[in-house]
Ligand binder design. Structure first.
Ligand code: ATP
Length: 201
């Protein structure tokens, strides 16, 4: 089976994440897609982050009506630090017959050489499904030079570029600017219910 792994802070999850997830399911013929919520992302040490419970609630709202989507607790249930290399190793052991397809945006691919044990990470995954992001230019030859086993694993997902980010949505909420159609209504309900992003971000 083809198992998608989609790691993120999801603070909040938005239409950009959904576009990537749906395109990946279609183009990479995923049987299941695990949304791997990261409790404390090692690469965002200085960023205030919404409490885990409320981010869980938002990701649950995203996955609950999509049969292929699932919230994975693989990082939630283990102590920090949460490195992707450990996550894919654990999931590889748990699903020994699955082909592991790790999804990420172009900005994350650009930073991949700086991830913990990037060589091992690229060895453990079968495919890296990448969706371009505006303003994230990628030097592919440098990447392939740094991580030679990326070569036959990269798959670029064809999709419209979406200039949507969680950062922008947090700023819009705080600044009282429109954001409603940048994320699903169920997620917006949770933002409103808990008063998220109003002051701290
Ligand atoms: P923040 O603005 O807080 O950094 P984000 O919008 O980048 O958040 P993350 O939860 O950090 O969201 O992203 C999880 C994954 O989804 C990353 O691999 C990221 O590159 C990808 N991603 C997020 N938004 C988009 C988008 N609009 N298009 C394509 N990929 C995206």
């Amino acid at each position: 089976m083809h198992l998608g792994i989609f790691g993120g802070t999801f603070d909040p999850p938005h239409i950009g994440h959904l576009a990537l997830a749906f395109e990946a399911c279609h183009q990479l013929e995923l049987d299941n897609l695990l949304w791997v919520l990261t409790p404390c992302p090692p690469h965002k040490p200085n960023q205030p982050i919404t409490p885990l419970q409320q981010r869980i609630e938002m990701v649950q709202a995203i996955v609950k009506n999509e049969p292929k989507f699932e919230l994975s607790r693989v990082e939630i249930d283990r102590p920090a630090p949460h490195f992707a290399v450990d996550t894919v190793e654990i999931l590889g052991d748990k699903y020994p017959n699955a082909r592991l397809v790790y999804l990420l945006g172009g900005d994350s691919l650009r930073d991949l050489p700086f991830w913990r044990q990037a060589q091992k990470f690229t060895r453990l995954v079968d495919t890296l499904g990448v969706m371009h992001r505006p303003r994230a230019s990628i030097d592919l030859s440098a990447l392939k030079h740094d991580l030679p086993n990326l070569r036959e694993k990269l798959f670029f997902i064809e999709a419209p570029l979406l200039q949507i980010s969680s950062t922008d949505i947090r700023q819009r909420v705080r600044g009282n600017r429109p954001y409603r159609y940048l994320l699903p209504p169920l997620v917006d309900n949770i933002i409103i219910k808990h008063g998220l992003y109003a002051s701290r971000f």
